[in-house]
Every structure is written in structure tokens, then in C-alpha cells.
Ligand binder design. Sequence first.
Ligand SMILES: [Zn+2]
Length: 142
Amino acid sequence: MPSWATCANGHLFRTCRGAAAAIARDGSAARCLENGCTATIAYHVKHHYPNKGSSKFTVTHVVRVNDDVQAEREGYDPMLLVLKDDKTGESVLWTFYWTKNRKNKWHVGQFPPLFDLSGFQRLLEGLPADLRMSLGIRGSAA
Ligand SMILES: [Zn+2]
């Protein structure tokens, strides 16, 4: 799944993980930091389906299990991405993680992340209210 993050003025965001963290922190209002640019960041993902072509999505929400300090300490940054299909408007969920490689650099995880129950509950509770309601999840985002 190729992915990329740009602002409305075309600046490529430093890293997709940085864009994900900004969206997790600031929601869809996450801003570009390039040379005084303050345009909104858009994080895009293209998914290829076997024998069915592909779809392009925009990341609308990100819920992280760990904050920046925990992620650094554990070298593990699992999260739940809410992707909106650019054509149909349908929302889909994608579990994802970054991990530190041997050079202590963030690297895309190769397998779906594992969550303990409390971590997964935190992800679900962090979803926007309309999606929580669609899933029948009670409880509020802290
Ligand atoms: Zn920009």
C-alpha cells in the first residue's frame, strides 16, 4: 500500500508517521510546518485489491495506542487509521504500526500489529463519535 502525505500547497510531509502523529494529535486540522506554510496536511493511501484494481483513500482520523514518549521508549507505535475512500466516501479501518529498526530509525511494520485488549479498547474509544455509534461502542474518548 503506497502512502504519502502532502499539504494543500504540495509540500511533501516529512514522514507518513509524522503525518499520522499530527492527525492523531490535531485531527483533520493538522498543519504543514514547511517554511511558514500552514496548509492542512492530507495523508493518502492507495490500496490494491487482488484482481479488482485499486482504491485511493484519505486518512481522516488516527488513534494511537502510545504517545510519542511511550513509542520512543518501546520502539513501537501501533495505531488505528480511519481511511475514507476518495470515490465512494466509505470509511474503512486499518491497523498499522511503525517500529524501530536496527539503526534506531522508524520503519513500517511488516505484519498486522497485535493489541492487548486494553490497547484495542483504547483504539476503539478514540474513534470519532459517529463511527463509535455505527459500531455500537459506548464510552467516551478521553
Ligand atoms: Zn505546506
